[in-house]
Design a protein around this ligand. Structure first.
Ligand SMILES: NC(=O)c1ccc[n+]([C@@H]2O[C@H](COP(=O)([O-])OP(=O)(O)OC[C@H]3O[C@@H](n4cnc5c(N)ncnc54)[C@H](O)[C@@H]3O)[C@@H](O)[C@H]2O)c1
Ligand SMILES: O=C(O)C[C@H](O)C(=O)O
Length: 808
């Protein structure tokens, strides 16, 4: 590509690279994102100021930053100009500049650079701190992002729009009530109107004529909703209609309204004459006057400076040396004239709110926590308060971020209320819709086509849903929320436990690794904790509630505790560990390795049922070793071990002897032509009894290293799914109720009613997403399944009855 190509650096990145960049910049990756989305996210954030801060901040450790914070506490950008050379030198030395040299100007420059880096880092750290302090709220933001939220919000808008098209108080009246009302109000045509539609139309028309404000014809409930939506009314407040109307009068505005919309013809004209834009005898109609106002309002000094109090202006003038003997300038007019002539960038101060109608300024202030009583009563007062709170931000996302921070740090105590307000901000673009709905309502009332209003409303709802969908995705960029994953290993000091813990420590998505065993766990943890990967490792033993401590906050729990080939002992161990999980981390995803898996998985389920926390989606029997063996042995048959990692063979049924059913006919890499008969039988047997091969070779114990590998393979998939990756499928032994439809279909395929079965399962953030079917298999494979079922049923029953009445 040419040097001048507009193609960005990241255009050719893989999704791993995109993901890494986003993680490095603390940009949350929404759970549903695939490569095009990741690309979009990188694209959207490439030039974001937060990313720049992150770059700057990365060069500072938190410690360094804290030290710097003290050093920079009283420093302003121009402080250095006032320092002498030796003071600058000392300061730079303290800031780690080893031999500060050069002329004083050079030193000032160096000091300034340090200061800039510090302020960038300060912004980063404060945003990180606020984000982590409010992770609950960030969680709400995340929820808002989810499609369902967007959808429900959109639905709400649509519902509101529909409501709005019929929500005038006489909408429920029958024909004679309408007729009476119209006649009482002297609408003569009522006499000749013959249908209810016509009468309604007349009522609408009449209403539009006599009411100046659109809301005067709204029902109480709709007014209440509008006020509540703008934080002007608590949902619990009960007010009379007249008080509600009073509030509307004070606060209702339309997004397109400007301050002059309510001015009379002569007021419009007077303003233009006062500002020397119109001769007092000029003849202009209202539209022409408004047009002139639109053009000139914001360049008029008094419009801009109305947002400044006298003392604000005085302060600015004296700070900039224009008011040495401040007392000589006394009048407001003098102050405004002076600042207007000195403030070169006045137009930059011309913010959008300067033209807002008073009602909108009031709403803005009320939304920012100003009480009804504290609201200024004059327009300059409203403008001045608004200016103080007006956040000028360069990007939309930054603006939303600022507003979110404001809410999170606000004094509103109830979390629900904060969350509600956050949701409002996130779906802020729905205001569009509200305004569209306003239009729609007016249309409906003013014209004959009530249906047209409905259509418009529907369109508005549609647009709302679209803008919510896009805003929902975009607003997440600046929230530096780190997706934490705590993985726990129970039985972490054992033959499987240790290497499995090692492999989990290597997974960069694991941020916390908790190890538990009845022996040695703290030692194993100390050892692993030196490995340079993100996970924080801690080990616990039984005393002092070690099990409870390790399980606190667990997202995923892997259980390789127990003794090889001692089913009875293992049943008790698994029962006790499951009890711990049920009481401390009932929402964790549980991966059972302890044998016999066909029975220990039902044991965990029964314990969870007893504690009322059973969710079949969250419990897995790890059968991955069978899958791994199937790949390896098949690659050997194919004569190419390098294929081993890419060969996949579904293995179904259970995890012991004949209950292990490899579906070799579905291998991603077909077996050699002519491979069958006793060769095939031997391969199947080797997969089914691979455990014996290892037990025999070792003399004592069973597979540990290959099991650790397999366990980590599966756990890593579960973690990826937990973090939102879609479409991950792995065979695992699950309760078939985890996916009713999938489970029932599977039972039909295997022709028997069974509670647990190992099948290819699609994983999701809540565990089992979908249970896959067996698919097309050979006669021989059908026979293998038939042979597996009786053993499997006995194993399952043993597990279930162990909890009901211990006898395993
Ligand atoms: N699912 C599979 O494919 C598969 C494969 C291999 C082994 N396994 C099974 O995994 C289990 C462990 O095998 P291993 O070779 O690691 O055994 P191991 O004896 O080497 O380790 C077991 C560990 O569990 C610990 N432990 C015992 N009771 C405990 C309790 N109540 N709480 C916490 N920890 C406890 C022990 O102290 C030990 O450190 C066995 O049941 C084995 O049959 C399953
Ligand atoms: O066979 C065993 O006892 C351990 C394990 O289930 C295995 O498959 O290797």
């Amino acid at each position: 590509s040419s040097w001048f190509s507009a193609e960005p650096e990241y255009a050719k990145w893989s999704d791993v690279e995109l993901r890494t960049w986003l993680q490095d910049h603390n940009i949350k990756i929404p759970s549903s994102f695939d490569k095009p989305h990741l690309y979009g996210l990188v694209d959207a954030n490439w030039h974001s100021p937060l990313v720049a801060y992150a770059e700057a901040g990365r060069q500072w450790s938190l410690d360094q930053f804290n030290r710097a914070q003290r050093a920079f506490e009283h420093i302003k950008d121009d402080t250095f100009d006032q320092w002498d050379e030796s003071r600058l030198r000392v300061f730079l030395l303290e800031q780690g500049v080893v031999s500060p040299s050069g002329p004083r100007e050079q030193l000032v420059l160096l000091a300034r650079n340090k200061y800039r880096a510090y302020t960038d880092a300060a912004i980063l750290y404060s945003s990180l701190a606020s984000a982590s302090a409010s992770s609950a709220y960030a969680g709400a933001a995340d929820a808002a992002h989810s499609a369902s939220q967007c959808a429900s919000q959109a639905t709400h808008e649509v519902a509101r729009a529909f409501d709005a098209s019929k929500d005038y108080f006489y909408s429920t009246w029958d024909e004679s009530q309408l007729r009476n009302w119209l006649e009482e109000h002297g609408v003569v045509e009522a006499k000749s109107a013959s249908t209810k539609d016509e009468l309604t139309r007349l009522a609408n028309g009449y209403y539009r004529k006599v009411t100046s404000a659109v809301w005067e014809s709204w029902s109480d409930s709709y007014i209440r909703e509008w006020l509540t939506a703008h934080n002007l009314l608590k949902p619990t407040d009960t007010l009379s209609r007249s008080s509600l109307l009073g509030k509307m009068k004070k606060y209702h505005y339309n997004r397109v309204d400007s301050v002059w919309n309510t001015w009379s013809h002569s007021e419009l004209k007077a303003w233009l004459v006062d500002h020397g834009l119109l001769k007092s005898d000029a003849e202009k109609n209202r539209d022409e006057l408004v047009k002139m106002l639109e053009e000139h309002y914001l360049s008029a000094a008094d419009s801009i400076w109305a947002a400044w109090t006298d003392s604000d202006i005085r302060e600015w003038l004296s700070e900039h040396g224009y008011l040495e003997n401040g007392n000589s300038v006394k009048s407001r007019e003098d102050l405004v004239n002076l600042i207007n002539s000195k403030y070169s960038d006045a137009s930059a101060k011309a913010s959008a709110y300067l033209v807002w109608p008073d009602a909108r300024l009031r709403v803005y202030l009320r939304e920012r926590g100003i009480g009804e009583d504290a609201l200024p009563t004059t327009r300059p007062g409203l403008l001045q308060e608004t200016r103080i709170r007006w956040v000028q931000t360069s990007t939309w996302t930054e603006n939303i971020y600022t507003r979110l921070k404001e809410i999170v740090n606000s004094s509103v105590e109830a979390a629900e209320e904060k969350i509600a307000r956050i949701l409002e901000v996130l779906s802020g673009r729905s205001r569009y819709a509200s305004d569209e709905v306003d239009d729609a309502r007016e249309w409906g009332w003013g014209s004959h086509k009530a249906d047209h209003a409905r259509e418009k409303a529907q369109e508005a709802g549609q647009r709302a849903s679209e803008s919510i969908a896009t805003s929902g995705c975009r607003v997440l960029h600046p929230l530096p929320v780190v997706n934490m994953v705590k993985a726990v290993v129970l039985g972490a000091a054992g033959g499987i436990g240790q290497p499995l813990s090692l492999l989990l420590k290597l997974n960069p998505d694991v941020t916390e690794l908790g190890l538990f065993d009845i022996v040695n766990a703290p030692g194993v943890a100390a050892d692993l904790s030196h490995i340079a990967t993100p996970a924080k490792v801690e080990g616990f033993l039984n005393p002092d509630d070690g099990l409870q401590k390790v399980l606190t906050g667990a997202d995923i729990v892997v259980i390789p505790a127990g003794i090889p080939r001692k089913p009875g002992t293992n049943a008790g161990i698994v029962r006790d560990l499951a009890t711990g999980i049920a009481t401390t981390a009932p929402k964790a995803l549980v991966l059972v390795i302890s044998n016999p898996v066909n029975s220990t998985v039902p044991i965990v389920a029964e314990v969870f049922k007893k504690h009322g926390v059973f969710d079949p989606k969250r419990i897995f029997g790890v059968t991955t070793l069978d899958v791994v063996r199937a790949s390896t042995f098949t690659s050997e048959i194919l004569g190419d071990r390098s294929l081993a990692t890419s060969i996949t063979v579904p293995v179904v049924g259970g995890h012991s002897g004949v209950t292990i059913v490899p579906l070799l006919s579905q291998s991603s890499h077909p077996l050699p032509p002519g491979f069958g008969g006793s060769d095939l039988e031997a391969l199947v047997k080797r997969i089914q009894f691979g455990g014996d091969e290892v037990v025999k070779a070792k003399g004592t114990g069973s597979a540990t290293l290959s099991m650790a590998y397999a366990g980590a393979e599966f756990a890593n998939k579960v973690i990826l799914a937990l973090k939102g990756k879609k479409g991950i499928v792995a065979p695992t032994f699950v309760n078939l109720a985890a996916d009713k439809a999938g489970g029932e279909a599977l039972k039909k395929e295997i022709g028997t009613d069974i509670e647990y079965f190992s099948a290819p399962v699609e994983l999701g953030p809540n565990g089992v997403e979908k249970i896959g079917g067996i698919g097309k298999i050979t006669g021989a494979e059908k026979a293998l399944i038939a042979a597996a079922l009786p053993d499997l049923k006995v194993n399952i029953e043993k597990g279930v009855s162990f909890i009901e009445a211990p006898k395993l």
